[in-house]
Design a protein around this ligand. Structure first.
Ligand code: B12
Ligand code: SF4
Length: 460
C-alpha cells in the first residue's frame, strides 16, 4: 500500500524534538512493504502545502503522528488541536482513510476521533498498529493496544532532516523500556506505554547507537522512568559500556529513588552524566499529595550520594497542586536554591488534568471540571489555598534573579523562542537545558536593550 505519514509536531520549545514515534511507524511500515512518503512538518514554511503535494499522489491512507496536546503552560496554554483539525480536514476532503496515533492521541483517543473525523485513532505503540494494518484488520474507531517493542533500529536520516534538529540539540533519542510502575496522581505515562517492558534486545540497537556516537552526537534515553527497575537500569548501562558504546548520554527521566551508588558508577562509566529528575516538589506534604513514590528523605539521600560523581541534573517542579500552600511552595524554592551550580530547575505552575488519573477524580469532586467536560482544551488544577495571581508574580520575580531557573512562562515566551532560533542559526551554540544560565543572561541583556520582553504567544 502507498501511505503518507505525517509528523505533525511543530513545537520548538524547549527545542525541536526528532519525531521518533512517527519515524518508527514509517520504518516498520516500510519493512512490511508499504511505500511511504514522510511529511515532517516541524520546520516547514507551509505544512499544509507540503501535505497537499503528498496527497496528490493518491495514497491508500494517511497516518498522522500527534505528539503534544498542548504546551503545558498553566498560564498561557496553547492547544495544538486546531492545527491537527486543519490537517485532518485536508485529508478527509480527499476521501482518503485517516489514522491518528502518537502520545497525544493515546491520551485522549475518543475526543480526538470526535474532533477530527479520523477513521481510527490508535492508542499504543507503532508495532501493534503496523501488525494490524498488515494483517488486514479494519481500522476503525478507537483502538487501544499496547503491543510493541520500546525501540527498533531506525534509519533516522531516511525520514527527517537530522542535521536541522541537531543544530538545536545535538542528541538523538532512544527508548530502552516502556511504562512506569508508579502511579503519581496526575501522570499519564502508565496509560501511554502500558505495562513495564524492558528491552532485552540491546544488541539490535547497537548499530543505531554506534553510528550516532561515532558522529559525535549525544544519545537521549527518553524512558520514563529510566531507573525503575533499578537493577535492570544498572545492567543496561553496564551492557552498553561493555559493548564499547561509551558516549555522551542524557537520561530523560531519572528517579531519585536509588538504593546505592552503583547506578551512578554505571552512568559515569558510560558517559551518561546528565539527566532530568521530576521530583515535582521539595515538600513532603506535596509529594504525598502527588502520590510520588519517594519523600524528601530519599531525595536528600540521593543528593548525598551524587556528591562524589560528575553528574548534572535538570530538576522539574510542578507547583500549585492539591494542598499546595505558600509554605509548601517555598520549600520547593528553598530546595532549588540549594542545588549545586551544575544543576538547573524547570518550574511549571498548575497541574494539567488528564482523564484516567487520580487528579482527574479529585478535580471532579472539587468541581474544578465537570463530568463529560472535554479536556482537549487544556485544564489545570491550581490549589485553592493559594492566591494564583500573587504566586505567579512571586515566581516571575523570583526567577528573574536566578540564572539556573527556567519557568514554563519564560520558556514559552516569544522572546525565549526567538533567542532559541537565533542561537541555533549560529550553529555552534546548543540550546539544551545545560545552557539555560547563559540563555537567561542573554535574555536579560536583550531585554535591557529593548530587544524583547517575555511576552507570550497565542498561536502555534
Ligand atoms: C522524553 C520526553 C520529552 C523530552 C524530549 C526529548 C527528545 N529527545 O525527544 C523533552 C523534555 C524535551 C520533552 C518536551 C516536551 N514534552 Co515531552 N515527553 C517525553 C516522553 C517522556 C517520551 C517521548 C518519547 O520520545 N517517547 C518515545 C517515542 C518512540 O514514543 P512516541 O513518540 O509516543 O511514539 C510511539 C507511539 O506513540 C506510537 N506512535 C507515534 N506516532 C504514531 C502515529 C501513528 C499513526 C500510530 C498508529 C502510532 C504512533 O508509536 C511510537 C513508537 O512505538 C513523553 C511521555 C511518554 N511516556 O511518552 C512526554 C510527552 C510526549 N511530552 C509531552 C509534552 C506536553 C511536552 C512539552 C510540550 C512540554 C514542555 N513544555 O516541556 C515539550 C514539547 C517539546 C517539543 N518540541 O515538542 C506530553 C505530550 C502529551 C500532552 N500531554 O500534551 C507527554 C506525553 C508527557 C505528558 N505530560 O503526558 N518531552
Ligand atoms: S514516576 Fe514519573 S513516569 Fe512514573 S508515574 Fe510518576 S510521574 Fe509518571
Amino acid at each position: 500500500m502507498r501511505a503518507v505519514i505525517v509528523a505533525s509536531n511543530r513545537e520548538k520549545s524547549p527545542y525541536p524534538v526528532i519525531p521518533i514515534g512517527a519515524v518508527m511507524v514509517a520504518e516498520l511500515c516500510s519493512l512490511h512493504g508499504h511505500d511511504i512518503e514522510f511529511v515532517d512538518m516541524c520546520f516547514s514554511e507551509n505544512p499544509l502545502n507540503d501535505l497537499q503535494a503528498a496527497l496528490e499522489k493518491n495514497p491508500d491512507f494517511v497516518a498522522i503522528s500527534f505528539r503534544n496536546l498542548n504546551n503545558h503552560d498553566g498560564k498561557n496554554s496553547v492547544s495544538y488541536i486546531p492545527f491537527l483539525q486543519s490537517i485532518s480536514t485536508a485529508v478527509k476532503e480527499k476521501g482518503i482513510p485517516l489514522y491518528i496515533g502518537g502520545s497525544a492521541a493515546s491520551i485522549e483517543p475518543q475526543a480526538i476521533l470526535n474532533a477530527t473525523g479520523a477513521d481510527a485513532v490508535y492508542a499504543g505503540q507503532a508495532e501493534g498498529f503496523v501488525k494490524r494494518l498488515t494483517g488486514g484488520s479494519k481500522l476503525e474507531g478507537v483502538i487501544t493496544d499496547y503491543q510493541g517493542e520500546p525501540f527498533i533500529n531506525v534509519n533516522l536520516e531516511r525520514w527527517v532532516n537530522v542535521k536541522k534538529y541537531l543544530s538545536h540539540e545535538c542528541t538523538v533519542p532512544i527508548r530502552l523500556k516502556l511504562g512506569c510502575s508508579y502511579k503519581c496522581s496526575y501522570c499519564t505515562y502508565p496509560y501511554l506505554e502500558g505495562k513495564s517492558v524492558c528491552s532485552d534486545q540491546l544488541d539490535s540497537l547497537e548499530n543505531y547507537l554506534r553510528k550516532w556516537i561515532g558522529n559525535g552526537v549525544g544519545i537521549d534515553i527518553v524512558d520514563s522512568i529510566f531507573n525503575e527497575p533499578e537493577e535492570w537500569a544498572v545492567q543496561a548501562l553496564e551492557t552498553l559500556a561493555k559493548k564499547g558504546l561509551k558516549g555522551s548520554y542524557h537520561i530523560s527521566a531519572f528517579s531519585p529513588l536509588v538504593s546505592d551508588t552503583r547506578i551512578f558508577d554505571a552512568m559515569t562509566k558510560l558517559g551518561a552524566n546528565a539527566g532530568m529528575i521530576g521530583i515535582d516538589s521539595g515538600s513532603d506534604t506535596m509529594l504525598e499529595s502527588y502520590r510520588k513514590p519517594f519523600r524528601m528523605k530519599q531525595v536528600n539521600k540521593f543528593m548525598e550520594m551524587r556528591k562524589d560523581f560528575d553528574l548534572r541534573f535538570l530538576w522539574t517542579f510542578i507547583l500549585g497542586g492539591p494542598g499546595e500552600t505558600e509554605k509548601t511552595l517555598n520549600k520547593s524554592l528553598e530546595f532549588i536554591d540549594m542545588l549545586p551550580n551544575t544543576d538547573v530547575a524547570y518550574i511549571v505552575f498548575g497541574v494539567r488534568i488528564y482523564r484516567q488519573t487520580h487528579l482527574y477524580e479529585q478535580a471532579l469532586r472539587e468541581n474544578v471540571i465537570k463530568k463529560g467536560e472535554s479536556i482537549l482544551k487544556p485544564v489545570c488544577y491550581f490549589s485553592r489555598l493559594l492566591d494564583r495571581n500573587k504566586i505567579e508574580q512571586h515566581l516571575s520575580d523570583w526567577q528573574e534573579t536566578r540564572d539556573n531557573v527556567l519557568t514554563e512562562h519564560v520558556a514559552n515566551s516569544d522572546s525565549y523562542r526567538d533567542l532559541l532560533k537565533k542561537l541555533s542559526e549560529l550553529g555552534e551554540f546548543k540550546t539544551g537545558w545545560e545552557n539555560v544560565p547563559t540563555m537567561k543572561k542573554l535574555l536579560r541583556r536583550r531585554s535591557a536593550l529593548g530587544m524583547g520582553k517575555t511576552e507570550t504567544r497565542t498561536t502555534v
